[in-house]
Write a protein that binds this ligand. Structure first.
Ligand code: NAD
Ligand code: XAI
Ligand code: MG
Ligand code: MG
Length: 347
């Protein structure tokens, strides 16, 4: 384990230097990795593991998603199966159905978790909220998670570019004495660059907070707030969108990703630096109570209950699609579509 100083706190992380892909291949050489679910993480992880030379099969119910797996090169009856056949063949079961669907399918999955098999997750949800999900694994199987910190779509795209996403990893149950090395090997196999250790509870509570907060929910909230204020004061949609979203994604966030916030500031005018340094604290003060309310909702399991309740309903996809359409059809994101179409792509 490498010891890395994160802002004054030294943490252990696993790097590919100490756990190279070849070692992952050796650890998993006698395993059949069955990826159950081919939504977002399923494709990214399965295709990366296959390209990394691991023995992977996919289990997915027939329909649009099954067809998508075929289009991705998985061969029915060879490495693509209906869910129960994949569960029977798999020695590491990657439970990558939606978190809500994992509940419904658990009685089926549990039947195939025979002694010595492994149950792998990419989220701590199912295990942490076992009173709600009913997901209580048999004592004689290994249970662990590797959670890519990003979309499965990005996991695959970065892998194809020769890059990777970080993952957290956690061991919940070690029946064979080999759970840790299998877990780390899986995380390297799905295309992670470096791994930081957590536990199922910390993974799910941080993840539910992040996606409701800065990563997805809060960012849409501040975009909409600023856009509305600019528009209410007479700025055109293109001016409001460019000043709220386009400049951030195309120019400034890549600078933050490259070398931190001060680097991005330093690459803007002194006028902008003065203003940003004056205003980030008021925004923090205004939003921290909302983040505290969010974390309380996560900690009291209200967020888990809401997600299970709504995403278990037969029409959950229709309802999600309707809300995503509402976002897409908002003036801000329609202006965004026009701005994106005008990007000066260098031919
Ligand atoms: N989406 C991501 O990029 C991402 C990132 C990190 C972790 N995760 C975790 O990975 C796991 C999979 O997430 P996802 O976003 O790929 O899932 P998803 O919501 O895309 O669903 C995955 C698959 O579940 C299938 N499914 C849905 N309902 C079903 C049902 N009732 N019966 C059978 N199959 C059903 C869908 O057809 C889909 O193929 C989850 O635990 C999630 O929290 C996801
Ligand atoms: C990609 C995210 C938001 O990090 C993941 O946690 C998810 O649930 O999709
Ligand atoms: Mg996440
Ligand atoms: Mg998540």
């Amino acid at each position: 384990m490498a010891k890395i100083n994160f802002g004054g706190v030294v943490e252990d992380v696993v790097t590919r230097e100490e756990f190279p892909l070849e070692k992952a291949r050796q650890v998993l050489a006698d395993q059949t990795i069955a990826v159950i679910g081919y939504g977002v993480q399923g494709p990214g992880q399965a295709l990366n593991m296959k390209d990394n030379g691991l023995n992977v099969i996919v289990g997915q119910r027939k329909g649009k998603t099954f067809d998508k797996a075929v289009a991705d090169g998985w061969v029915p009856g060879v490495n693509l199966f209906e869910i129960e056949e994949a569960l029977q063949k798999g020695t590491i079961i990657c439970y990558l159905l939606s978190d809500a669907a994992q509940i419904e399918m658990w009685p089926t999955v549990k039947k195939y978790l025979t002694a010595g098999k492994s149950l792998y997750f990419s989220h701590g949800f199912g295990i942490t909220y076992k009173e709600k999900t009913g997901i209580i694994p048999p004592a004689d199987v290994d249970v662990f998670l590797a959670a890519p910190k990003g979309s499965g779509t990005s996991l695959r795209r970065l892998f194809v570019e020769g890059k990777g996403l970080n993952s957290s990893f956690a061991i919940y149950q070690d029946a064979t004495g080999k759970a840790r090395e299998k877990c780390i090997a899986m995380a390297i196999g799905v295309g992670s660059g470096y791994l930081f250790e957590t536990d199922f509870y910390k993974e799910v509570t941080s993840d539910l907070t992040g996606e409701r907060g800065t990563l997805m929910g809060a960012i849409q909230g501040i975009f909409a707030a600023q856009y509305e204020v600019l528009r209410e004061n007479g700025h055109s949609p293109s001016e409001a969108f460019n000043e709220t979203v386009e400049e951030l994604t195309q120019s400034l966030m890549p600078l933050v990703a490259e070398n931190g916030m001060d680097w991005m500031y330093a690459n803007c005018s002194t006028t902008a630096q003065r203003g940003a340094l004056d205003w980030w604290r008021p925004f923090k003060e205004a939003t921290k109570p909302v983040f505290e309310k969010l974390y309380h909702s996560v900690k009291t399991q209200a967020e888990a209950a809401r997600s299970i309740d709504l995403n278990s309903q037969p029409d959950y996809r229709v309802k999600l699609e309707a809300e995503l359409t509402e976002l897409r059809e908002s003036e801000m994101w329609r202006a965004g579509a026009a701005v994106r179409s005008l990007r000066p792509e260098r031919t």
